[in-house]
Design a protein around this ligand. Structure first.
Ligand code: KDG
Length: 332
């Protein structure tokens, strides 16, 4: 569905949506004979997470003129994401990633995305489109500027335009060491942080980008992020929950939802971001938003595929209720 009025959009996000081929069993990639195709990409994961939580979200990017590109378009459209600005680039293929399935520990990832359509995102995809000034919130990640010079320029322009219009800008650091080195990434990410209102990252990413000591606490890392310019700094701690520092400088620490089984950890951070943004758009305070974000991250981890476990608002409410209250088993 094309959006007629840009003001109809709650969140706009931009980046590369990929096809992800995930090994069917928990074997090393070298032994994985069967793989299943999923749709992935951090910003697209966030877009779907927001849409499942009732937010109107537009995704801006490029896919190739191939079957994988069509699968992405159908998949995101089917999730209710506005794909009218997800263009088909006949000059390059849709990006692909291949990865192991591991419940724990780092899994091997192969990126087949150099020169992909998604990496050809450019300022032309951003300039002149009112969605960047009218959407209430812009979400970007540290993956996109690593893709190409033109993609980095597109991110800069999107953030400038949203910021100038007084919109909220969030940045998930998402450092991808297969795409660039720490030396290349840190100055770029620090500069982006200085133009964002909300910055989120893992503990490692936050320490590195904020430039705090390796033995510093998550609270110090969150404060360090905030010192780069945003009014809110969030450190995602996985099974240890999350720590945020809000506009008044107060530290807010919230526990994770306990999980009996980790099916696939990839995408949890994106589910976290989606739920956090949705909650903030609904006017919830940072502590409550972190609780919803932690629960959404846990929900993603409990299912295979980046997007599979992204919860709807109802599912999230039930998860949180089951954590604390005496609810009937049928609702658990
Ligand atoms: O956060 C999950 C992403 O890492 C995954 O979907 C792929 O965007 C991706 C990337 O570049 O790693």
């Amino acid at each position: 569905m094309a959006i007629q009025e840009p003001g109809d959009v709650d969140v706009v996000t931009l980046g590369e949506c990929l096809v992800s081929l995930v090994a069917d069993s928990t074997v090393p990639l070298a032994s994985a004979d069967h793989l299943t195709r999923f749709i992935a990409g951090a910003e697209a994961n966030v877009a779907v997470g927001l849409s499942r939580q009732g937010k109107r979200v537009a995704f801006v990017g490029r896919v190739g003129a191939d079957g994988f590109g069509r699968a992405i378009l159908r998949g995101l459209r089917g999730e209710g994401v506005d794909v009218s600005r997800l263009s088909t680039d006949p000059g390059a293929p849709t990006g692909v990633m291949v990865r192991e399935l591991r419940g724990l520990g780092p899994s091997e990832v192969i990126y087949l995305r150099r020169g992909s359509a998604g990496s050809r995102l450019s300022p032309e995809d951003v300039a002149g489109d009112e969605v960047f000034t009218r959407a209430r919130w812009l979400h970007a990640t540290g993956i996109t500027p690593a893709l190409s010079g033109s993609a980095a320029e597109a991110i800069d322009l999107a953030i400038d335009r949203a910021h100038a219009a007084g919109r909220t800008v969030s940045l998930d650091l998402n450092l991808r060491r297969k795409l660039w080195t720490d030396e290349q990434a840190v100055p770029v990410l620090r500069e982006l942080c200085s133009h964002a209102d909300v910055v989120l990252g893992s503990f490692d990413e936050a320490r590195l980008v904020a430039g705090v000591a390796a033995d510093s606490s998550p609270e110090d890392a969150a404060r360090g992020l905030r010192a780069l310019g945003p009014s809110v700094g969030i450190v995602k701690l996985g099974e240890d929950g999350a720590v945020g520092v809000g506009p008044d400088g107060a530290v807010i620490s919230r526990p994770a939802l306990s999980l009996s089984h980790v099916a696939d950890p990839v995408g949890a951070g994106d589910g976290f971001c989606a739920a956090f943004i949705a909650a903030r758009l609904d006017g919830l305070d940072i502590a409550t938003s972190l609780d919803r974000a932690n629960a959404a991250g846990a929900s993603v981890v409990a299912a295979i595929g980046d997007m599979t476990g992204l919860p709807t608002t109802d599912e999230l409410d039930r998860l949180l209720a089951a954590r604390t209250a005496d609810v009937p088993d049928t609702l658990r």
